[in-house]
Design a protein around this ligand. Structure first.
Ligand SMILES: *Cc1c(COP(=O)(O)O)cnc(C)c1O
Length: 392
């Protein structure tokens, strides 16, 4: 098939929910993807933070293909040693107590929201159902996670949205305190707002939130869907902040390229979700769990995390001196670039034309390279970016 044929079929047969770059990717290895015409691209996106071991990593392929040949699905009516292995690893890496396995970030967040409301219902009865989230956040595309998302543009068309969310301004503790009341059961935040433009929260703001939560028995829940899985140089970003949340959610990088999500909670919440209160057909699927076990055993060692931080610093340093760059921010290998000419969308498009896959978030350029990208691949990508930034 040619690219034109693929594009025409997409137009004819698919809902027009995505603005796509003009390329059809068909294969890849490491941090290099190939399109249908055989053109190569350096990948600074990991498919939006998913392929943390790059394309078709040998160990990952082996884990997935062996599992596919052994047992592809069983349903949650039976025990699975793959599910227990993933859950045990997640608990051991974080100190959390219990895991619910699902299929996506939005689903992990739905689980967190349900835990918060049921914990409060069980303990205090009805009326303590509000959840504070942050302005400019992103928590997913279901009707409830859209409501949790603190951006007006997402609160349209699909009325009525799930009630009970209030939005405080990021890094503004007075705004947050104004939202706190006897009706609040949880505060649910990203530590670095990803889709919102790679906006890290201040440590003091986060510590202050943790204090308020402790005082009032409000759950502190962190959406680690984008910041988790070693992306920010710690297995989960909350570990960079020195806090102990009640709940975290994870997805994107967890399966290294197959759909899997997880919601983790501490001891206090261990028994909130009882039989019949939550479930999913595909959650904890054996192939997805085989992938997650491989990913978790590879990307969480101290040496690996050190490399994520070093590569992140290397990239940031190179970006600082580049034409059209006015600010570089983020942690580890979650990096946002503010452009002087405010032309991130155009730059991203030109980068793709020149063989570099790169993301935007709001009016920023955003980099989420595979965590095991080589320095050689980083340099190749940065050279393309440099050229495009100089010419546009
Ligand atoms: C991507 C993302 C989600 C949604 O995840 P899906 O897998 O697309 O449902 C939720 N929260 C954050 C912070 C994300 O980056």
């Amino acid at each position: 098939m040619t690219f034109e044929e693929i594009r025409n079929d997409e137009q004819q047969y698919m809902m027009h929910t995505y603005g796509r770059f003009q390329t059809a990717l068909v294969s890849g290895k490491g941090a290099v993807a190939k399109d249908v015409d055989g053109k190569e691209y350096i990948d600074f996106t990991s498919g939006i933070g998913v392929n943390c071991l790059g394309y078709c990593d040998d160990g990952w392929v082996k884990a997935v293909s062996e599992q596919a040949a052994k047992l592809q699905h069983i349903s949650n009516l039976y025990y699975s040693p793959l599910q227990t292995a993933v859950s045990k690893k997640l608990c051991e890496l974080t100190g959390f107590d219990k895991v619910f396995l699902c299929n996506s970030g939005a689903e992990a967040n739905e689980c967190a929201i349900k835990i918060a409301r049921k914990y409060s219902f069980d303990k205090y009865g009805q009326g303590r159902q509000k959840i504070i989230t942050l302005v400019n956040s992103f928590h997913g595309r279901t009707v409830t996670t859209l409501a949790a998302t603190g951006q007006d543009v997402f609160h349209n068309f699909f009325f009525p949205f799930t009630e009970g969310f209030e939005y405080a301004e990021a890094n503004n503790i007075d705004s947050l305190k104004n939202c706190v009341s006897d009706e609040v059961c949880a505060i649910f935040i990203e530590l670095i707002q990803g889709e919102g433009g790679v906006m890290p929260l201040d440590k003091e703001f986060v510590s202050e939130i943790e204090k308020i939560c402790k005082e009032k028995d409000i759950l502190l829940m962190i959406d680690e869907v984008q910041t988790g899985m070693s992306r920010t140089g710690a297995v989960y970003c909350y570990q960079n902040y020195g806090i102990k949340p009640d709940v975290i959610t994870s997805a994107k990088g967890l399966g290294g390229g197959v759909p899997i999500g997880a919601c983790l909670c501490g001891k206090k919440l261990a028994d909130v979700m009882s039989a019949g209160t939550h479930g999913t057909t595909f959650g904890g699927n054996p192939i997805a769990c085989a992938a997650a076990n491989e990913v978790l055993s590879r990307i969480t060692t101290p040496e690996f995390l050190k490399e994520v931080n070093e590569k992140g610093e290397y990239i940031k340093e190179k970006l600082q001196g580049m034409a059209n760059v006015s600010e570089v921010r983020g942690m580890g290998m979650m990096i946002g670039i503010v452009t002087e000419k405010d032309n991130a969308k155009e730059i991203a498009k030109k980068c793709v034309e020149n063989g570099l896959l790169i993301l935007t978030a709001k009016n920023l350029l955003r980099l989420l390279p595979p965590l095991n990208i080589t320095y050689e691949e980083i340099d190749r990508g940065l050279n393309i970016l440099k050229k495009v930034m100089e010419e546009n």
